[in-house]
Write a protein that binds this ligand. Structure first.
Ligand code: 13P
Ligand code: SF4
Length: 371
């Protein structure tokens, strides 16, 4: 197959939704078993209905690693997820992101130069052999590779606790693997997870990459158990404790579940928090008649409300908060990349190569081995 980069012809935008559906079905049928469409829970229904597997970022990375029979993996999600899929799949497999503009603003909050500079600053003050770098899946392949090279691991919102426990557990020689964790790019997932493990906020410091030494004193760098990168998700930062109070005031026996990318205060005010997959299982387990307020991306909340019409399921933010970049993957882009693949043209392939691929794979495989 030939790899060509080009943008989607305007005609796809002018095609009716029914026609697009038929064309996607036809292309899927033609590509058959060779094709695997993966859909993250935040994707729109117009795309999700064609996914062969739906999941959170952890579940999808596992599927990508296991399905070596599919030589074409179309990832309906965002860039870092497609990169991770490419790293975990074999050389005969091609990973396609239907729209290359589907990025993640949180992942953009840590770039590799900043991370290298932070490590260099840290090494002037502490023994970095005793610092474990842990990166959230929502990061570039270059950062995953950095983490792999320095003995660390990737984590997702569904296994962050297990990965952090591993970071402090004894190694084969009976010695704790590390004394300190540098966690990026999401301060909130890092803080919320450390709190569930029994750590105090006084044991954590915020590393601001805009400043030398992260804006910290030498004492803070030495004494903190967690150095949390100053990054966040703008979708999850919209949720507030006031919204939770309002939801509880207006609904009897209200239940609130939020994603751990929300602030410490919001997670503390909720009844439960966890990954997108956790949120789905939480809702599934509630009895009919329940009222559930959810703090996560609105497409998932809407899908849950449609799936369980016998429950009141609402997004805590009434202004509605889609992840704009996730929503870039739409039916026209899916139809385009599939029809092009039928013609033997691979569009929007995501590739991670060389040293970056090798070390990022080490960090991702450590995560898969831990959980
Ligand atoms: P999950 O780990 O729950 O899939 O979440 C990924 C994400 O991007 C949340 O904003
Ligand atoms: Fe990134 Fe937030 Fe969108 Fe998740 S919801 S992909 S963290 S911007």
């Amino acid at each position: 197959m030939i790899k060509i980069s080009a943008s989607m012809p305007a005609s796809y935008r002018e095609t009716s939704p029914d026609d697009l559906d038929q064309r996607i079905q036809r292309a899927k049928a033609t590509l058959g078993e060779r094709l695997l469409i993966l859909g993250h829970h935040y994707q729109m229904d117009e795309v999700m209905k064609f996914a062969d597997a739906a999941g959170d970022s952890f579940g999808l990375s596992r599927i990508a690693a296991e399905r070596s029979d599919a030589d074409l993996v179309v990832f309906c999600g965002v860039h870092f997820m497609a990169e991770s899929a490419d790293i975990l799949t074999g050389p005969h497999q091609r990973v396609i992101l239907p729209d290359l503009a589907a990025g993640c603003s949180m992942a953009d909050m840590a770039d590799i130069d900043q991370v290298e500079a932070a490590w260099s600053d840290l090494s002037q003050v502490v023994d970095t052999e005793r610092v474990m770098p842990i990166t959230y899946m929502n990061s570039t392949a270059a950062i995953k590779a950095f983490v792999g090279r320095h003995g660390g691991a990737v984590c997702t919102s569904s296994n962050a606790r297990a990965v952090l426990e591993w970071a402090f557990a004894n190694d084969e020689a009976g010695r704790p693997r590390s004394d300190k964790v540098l966690f990026f790019p999401d301060q909130h997932l890092g803080r919320n997870t450390a709190l569930t493990m029994g750590y105090e906020t006084s044991e954590m410091s915020l590393w601001d990459p805009a400043h030398r030494n992260g804006g910290l004193s030498e004492r803070e760098m030495k004494e903190s158990t967690f150095l949390l990168w100053k990054g966040h998700c703008s979708v999850h930062m919209r949720f507030t404790t006031e919204q939770i109070e309002e939801f509880r005031r207006t609904h009897e026996n209200a239940l609130v579940v939020v994603h751990p990318e929300c602030s410490q205060e919001v997670v503390g005010a909720a009844d439960a928090s966890g990954s997108t997959d956790f949120i789905i299982r939480y809702v599934e387990a509630t009895p009919p008649g329940s009222s559930i307020g959810i703090g996560t991306e609105v497409h998932l909340v809407k899908r849950l409300a449609d799936t369980y019409p016998d429950r009141t399921i609402v997004c805590l933010d009434s202004e509605v908060c889609p992840c704009i970049t996730m929503s870039r993957i739409d039916a026209p882009h899916l139809a385009w990349v599939l029809e092009e693949a039928v013609e033997g043209r691979i569009r929007n392939q995501i590739t991670v190569e060389g040293e970056t691929q090798a070390w990022a794979k080490v960090a991702l495989e450590r995560m898969l081995a831990i959980t």
